[in-house]
Design a protein around this ligand. Sequence first.
Ligand code: C5P
Length: 401
Amino acid sequence: MSLAQRRILLGVSGGIAAYKSCELVRRLRELAAEVRVVMTEGATQFVSPTTFQALSGQPVRVSLWDEQAEAAMGHIELARWAERILIAPASADIIARLAHGHADDLLATVCLASAAPLYLAPAMNQQMWAHPAVQANVTLLRQRGAHVLGPADGEQACGDVGSGRMLEPHELRNALQSSFGGGVLDGLHVLVSAGPTYEDIDPVRFIGNRSSGRMGFAVAEAAAQAGAEVTLVAGPVSLATPAGVAQRIDVRSAAQMHAAVLDAARQADIYIAAAAVGDYRPNEVSAQKLKKLDGAKLALQLSENPDILTSLSTQPEHPFLVGFAAETHDVADYAQDKLRRKGLDMIAANQVGDGLGFEAADNALQLYWADGAVELPRAAKPELARQLIAQVAVRYRASRR
Ligand code: C5P
């Protein structure tokens, strides 16, 4: 992983989002980054230095005037040690002090004394974030090369709704990871299909399914973060295009998805089919709204849609193919059968129901390929997507050897 042995200085300033930075340290450590934490006095009102010490495995520094700590690693040495400085949360106060070149505490001093790229993850009340003084300071820091990550919109700890929430730990970790380059999918073109398909019956009705598209969108985002050029073919979903996705093609029906995927696959090295494609479509789409048949049974004639993955796997040249299998029972058997039947390189199987799978925030996956398997335990979809991408990258490289 590109964060292994990377030296990250995490600055924590005073704000309720400081609790999220504990999780951030864990996530950085998971990828074997070296993390040293510097807190402002204010930050220690929210989280104790002991917590960060336990999570980072390193002494935490707060004061410039700590003789013992200075003897072990002076603040200038610490500033030189860092390859990246990330301040999360970055309060309005630290942003102002940095913008004006203050050196009135350890964190501000280290930032001045370091040549490392500076990343800021602002977190504050939406009114504060919108204040012209804060915006002017942020603009100044940006002009000097600081990278500002977020903030996100949404509900805030103070009850307000607006812009000012700190980005989630995994988003900050991913930003740091991509800042080092060398992603596992660098130079590759990845095609992802996501969401449901709608098969129209008449102008107001359709046959659809419960796919939210969230897993596929998370996969597209994770692939982009891993350095791939990503094309996302999306069924009807109400999701924003993930950061870093180069191209999005919106479709509605299985036939449209089939055409869009086959076309985009010509440029793709890897195709990840996370869409829940309708297996059948009405034989004909009524031009007018169908009327109720007073008591009589209505029969819809359906015909089968072509399988997109099989259409690709039967072509002489095709991308590395990753399918999904959402099953309510006998997951392993059905998945392995699908892997063979559809001619896939890999399949990601999941159990649907029990709060997992469709419409849920979490998922769990079992991955199978011709001669191996691995289990990705229950996690939030973005995290799971990242793990899936790491596995896909390994199998893809193995297949090209
Ligand atoms: O056969 P089943 O629909 O369960 O297979 C699921 C996998 O096959 C998913 O990866 C899905 O995107 C893909 N699929 C497809 N074309 C279809 C139906 C499903 O590529 N017509």
